[in-house]
Design a protein around this ligand. Structure first.
Ligand SMILES: NC(=O)c1ccc[n+]([C@@H]2O[C@H](COP(=O)([O-])OP(=O)(O)OC[C@H]3O[C@@H](n4cnc5c(N)ncnc54)[C@H](OP(=O)(O)O)[C@@H]3O)[C@@H](O)[C@H]2O)c1
Length: 287
């Protein structure tokens, strides 16, 4: 039996996609740079090392593709990976892109046209910003937990934050072989919130005051760079906030409902569940 390969298989979306497929009887191989203790279906895979590609794609007919992170121009690594995957029999790729990324000749936007040109069946998922960023170790969550503050360059722009479980459910359905819908697959939650409004919801759910401060793109680039992200990628991330400030993410789509048959989870419901779960653990995942 052939397998599905989930790159970024230990990350926020990848591990959910792998779980979704396994519960439906699909043989899944996960791939990332670090070993997973006790999991013989996980392979060591590094976008920076093409020698790791062959073992990852062996016997694989579909791939969930999370491109190299912190790389503002990942096309060349992805191109040689796709050549190996298609030669090994891959027919379908579900690419994790982002609502903030549009097709372009270079940079992150070069990936969707590249994958479409190489692979027979392609779905490009363009999710909005993850609600998951507000919990765990994401800089937004750390800012909430350590300073009661979210810092962005989004001004009053709104975002229809999405639950990664909903992204994984869409990806999973398409990796099961469901027809790929026509048109852009922009995935959003059910409601668009500004970061001021999101901070207020976090405060209500956790019972701790949380504030949002909007700074300039230059200031945000410097702050992201100071956390260890390369300058070019820090600039790409900060400029995405500038787009949000201009209203680019203030939209709701029906893609999750259309592909999965159920409505996406709201920002508030996600946080209530995350807060309830973390309150039962020694270390808290939500501020
Ligand atoms: N966060 C958001 O709000 C948001 C919104 C829209 C789209 N996105 C997109 O989501 C993607 C990130 O997905 P995610 O949040 O699921 O990932 P994530 O939680 O950041 O995890 C990254 C995964 O990739 C692996 N990885 C990192 N570097 C690698 C490398 N050089 N070679 C091979 N594997 C590597 C990691 O495992 P190892 O460390 O073991 O390698 C891990 O499994 C990005 O492309 C981003 O554009 C994010």
């Amino acid at each position: 039996m052939r397998s599905a390969l989930v790159t970024g298989g230990t990350g926020t979306t990848g591990r959910r996609v792998a779980a979704f497929l396994r519960t439906r009887g699909v043989a899944v191989r996960t791939a990332s740079r670090h070993p997973v203790t006790g999991d013989d279906q996980h392979v060591i895979f590094d976008w920076a090392d093409p020698r790791t590609f062959a073992a990852a794609v062996d016997g694989v007919d579909r791939v969930f593709l999370v491109a190299p992170l912190s790389d503002s121009d990942p096309a060349s690594a992805v191109e040689s990976f796709l050549d190996a995957a298609v030669a090994a029999g891959t027919r379908r790729v579900v690419l994790l892109s982002a609502s903030a990324v549009t097709d372009a000749p270079s940079g992150l936007g070069a990936l969707p046209p590249l994958v479409r040109a190489r692979v027979p069946e392609v779905a490009v998922l363009r999710p909005s910003w993850f609600i998951q960023n507000f919990v765990g170790n994401h800089p937004v969550a750390v800012g909430i937990r350590e300073r009661g503050r979210i810092t962005t360059a989004t001004g009053r722009g709104r975002v229809a934050f999405i639950d990664p479980d909903d992204i994984a459910a869409v990806a999973g359905q398409l990796l099961l072989g469901n027809p790929i819908p026509d048109g852009e697959l922009i995935l959003t939650g059910p409601q668009a919130l500004s970061y001021d409004e999101a901070a207020a919801v976090v405060g209500e759910v956790t019972g701790t005051a949380v504030h949002h401060t909007s700074i300039t793109v230059e200031e945000l680039t410097a702050a992201i760079e100071a956390s260890g992200v390369p300058h070019d990628y820090a600039r790409v991330l900060a400029e995405m906030d500038e787009e949000i400030a201009g209203g680019s993410e203030e939209r709701i789509t029906t893609t999750v409902q259309d592909v999965t048959g159920r409505a996406p989870r709201s920002f508030r419901d996600f946080l209530i569940d995350a807060h309830r779960t973390s309150s039962n653990r020694p270390e808290r995942a939500v501020a």
